[in-house]
Write a protein of this length. Structure first.
Length: 94
């Protein structure tokens, strides 16, 4: 977690979403790209920090981490993080 803390210390208005994007959905929830497509796009566009944060699951993140196709992507400057978006209801209200 210390690595992410040091990243967050340097966030500014120019960071997001071009260098740091910590809220991305994939086809494992309501995103339009597969995890592999998302990571490829992030790598090509120069994103340095990417978190896959699908709704209620980390399966998209796990699928890319376990993918042999990840070896075909330049990850020298791209750090991947897992995350999840959880909906909360309070008395029927989101």
């Amino acid at each position: 977690m210390n690595g992410l803390k040091s990243v967050l210390k340097h966030v500014n208005k120019h960071s997001c979403p071009y260098k740091i994007n910590l809220h991305c959905h994939t086809s494992f929830s309501d995103g339009s790209l597969s995890p592999l497509e998302l990571v490829k796009q992030a790598s090509i566009t120069g994103v340095n920090h990417l978190s896959i944060t699908d709704h209620h699951t980390i399966d998209g993140y796990k699928s890319i981490i376990n993918s042999s196709e990840l070896n075909n992507i330049n990850l020298e400057s791209l750090q991947l993080y897992s995350g999840t978006e959880i909906s909360g209801l309070l008395k029927g209200c989101l």
